[in-house]
Design a protein around this ligand. Structure first.
Ligand code: NAD
Ligand code: UGA
Length: 437
């Protein structure tokens, strides 16, 4: 039986391994992590990650061919294939701080593999790493190799050996190692660039009276552009887009390509601009002050159907509103109060580092309250900001929300999920990203 061990039971390691386990019953998959609470959660009824369908997949294989363990060294020693899926955050200090990827966790995993291995291994980098990392890792692994053969693969999205069980052959791309590593950064940079492009257009639409949804629809009809990933928003979030672009920028700078670095940097600048533009719109619409006013925030996760809040635009928007002395009441169906308070207390780039570097009991931001109901959040509020496109926000009883709000009642739709015309009929003043007022 082929044994796979995945180091890192996070957002990538956990779900990826669960799918491998269910698709390949003849392969034993063990996911290991140094974080005991995380492993305990994977072994419990409340998984550490929310994603539609994940519970069922884990329950179907856990204890059969899928295991979660903190005994990292034992399972690494026994495995034939090792996936390394540890975090690769942005460096917070030293050379490249604020841009370069911090490979501390990757390197310590590689050293541990070298220390405990007694048989040949295929080592797969699943983490997103800078170009040529695999070469560095090979040096670490073979340095005290004791005659062990290591094969290093970079598998940011696909791995033939295992995926061939269910992915059609023609969909599996084989490239040289460096192309594989760079493809991952390039893919995320291109995707993020599309969002910054449409968000830049949204500002122009607001200035000219055009409607960004109509513009997106029209240009998406050109098959060379395509319709996907053209939704204007309050800004992109998530653990990877910003981090990977900063990493790309750093690599360009290190390779003497400042023009290329500046080109990609602009994608992040537009994203930051979009978030602050949203906050400015809220404050300026509400007569230039939100001081002491209650603002309801609906949605905190970086996108719908997840409890993941890493780099969510809601953090910057809430910090902006709090900075202007608003009383913010937040509701998200999947994010806990503890998580929100921690996110609002954390410094930029600290979020992807281990918990011991983060405030364990953050000083709660007093102007922020977290509630478990959208109506409760909006009760007595002067304005509602929609920051995540949860489906349930489309179906809310907006008449009821309006009746319980201060007047004039404002809605700032950062995801273009509500029917603005219907809300205007109710009496709301509605601002939608990139649309005429
Ligand atoms: P994560 O922070 O959710 O999980 C990483 C886990 O690795 C943590 O639980 C941590 O405790 C563990 N870990 C760190 N060092 C370890 C060690 N030496 N031994 C054992 N466990 C260790 O991160 P993630 O979101 O799963 O991302 C992992 C990697 O995949 C990153 O490089 C990221 O850029 C990349 N990636 C993430 C996504 C995504 O959607 N989140 C998608 C594609 C690629
Ligand atoms: C992204 C990529 O889509 C994945 O292919 C990649 O594997 C992953 O990053 C990674 O490397 O981490 P993810 O961050 O999970 O996936 O989510 P996306 O669906 O890409 O959304 C990212 C952000 O962009 C979200 O905040 C989303 O709301 C925003 N977005 C997306 C828009 O504002 N407009 C759009 O049209 C699409």
């Amino acid at each position: 039986m082929v044994k796979i061990c995945c180091i890192g039971a996070g957002y990538v390691g956990g779900p990826t391994m669960a799918v491998i386990a269910i698709k390949c019953p003849a392969i034993e998959v063990v996911v290991v992590d140094i974080s005991k609470p995380r492993i305990d959660a994977w072994n419990s009824d409340t998984l550490p990650i929310y994603e539609p369908g994940l519970d069922d997949v884990v329950k179907a294989c856990r204890g059969k061919n899928l295991f979660f363990s903190t005994d990292v060294e034992k399972h690494v020693a026994e495995a034939d294939i090792i996936f390394v899926s540890v975090n690769t955050p942005t460096k917070t200090r030293g050379l490249g701080a604020g841009k370069a990827a911090d490979l501390t966790y990757w390197e310590s995993a590689a050293r541990m593999i070298a220390d405990v291995s007694k048989s040949d291994k295929i080592v797969v980098e699943k983490s997103t790493v800078p170009v040529k990392t695999a070469e560095a890792i090979e040096k670490i692994l073979t340095h005290n190799s004791k005659g062990i053969n290591y094969q290093i693969l970079s598998n940011p999205e696909f791995l033939k050996e295992v995926y061939a069980h269910w992915v059609p052959e023609e969909n599996i791309i084989t490239t040289n190692l460096w192309s594989a590593e760079l493809s991952k950064l390039a893919a995320n940079a291109f995707l993020a660039q599309r969002i910054s492009s449409v968000n830049a257009m949204s500002a122009l639409c607001e200035a000219t009276g055009a409607n960004v949804s109509e513009v997106s629809y029209a240009i998406g009809k050109d098959s060379r552009i395509g319709p996907k990933f053209l939704n204007a928003s309050v800004g992109f979030g998530g653990s990877c887009f910003q981090k990977d672009i900063l990493n790309l920028v750093y690599i360009c700078e290190c390779n003497g390509l400042p023009e290329v670095a500046n080109y990609w940097k602009q994608v992040i600048k537009i994203n930051d601009y979009q978030k602050s533009r949203f906050v400015n719109r809220v404050v300026s619409s509400m007569f230039n002050t939100v001081s002491g006013k209650k603002i309801a925030v609906l949605g905190f996760a970086f996108k719908k159907d997840t409890g993941d809040t890493r780099e969510t635009p809601a953090i910057d928007v809430c910090k902006g509103l709090v900075g202007d002395k608003a009383q913010v009441s937040i509701y998200d169906p999947q994010v806990t109060e503890d998580q929100i308070q921690r996110d609002l207390a954390m410094n930029k780039f600290d979020w992807d580092h281990p918990m011991h570097l983060q405030p364990t009991s953050p000083t709660a931001v007093k102007q922020v309250s977290v509630v478990w109901d959208a109506y409760e959040a909006a009760k007595g509020a002067h304005g509602v900001c929609i920051l995540t496109e949860w489906d349930e926000f489309k179906k809310l009883d907006y008449q009821k929300i309006f009746d319980n709000m201060q007047k004039p009642a404002f809605v700032f739709d950062g995801r273009n999920v509500v029917d603005a015309e219907k809300l205007r009929e109710i009496g709301f003043i509605v601002y939608s990203i990139g649309k005429p007022l």
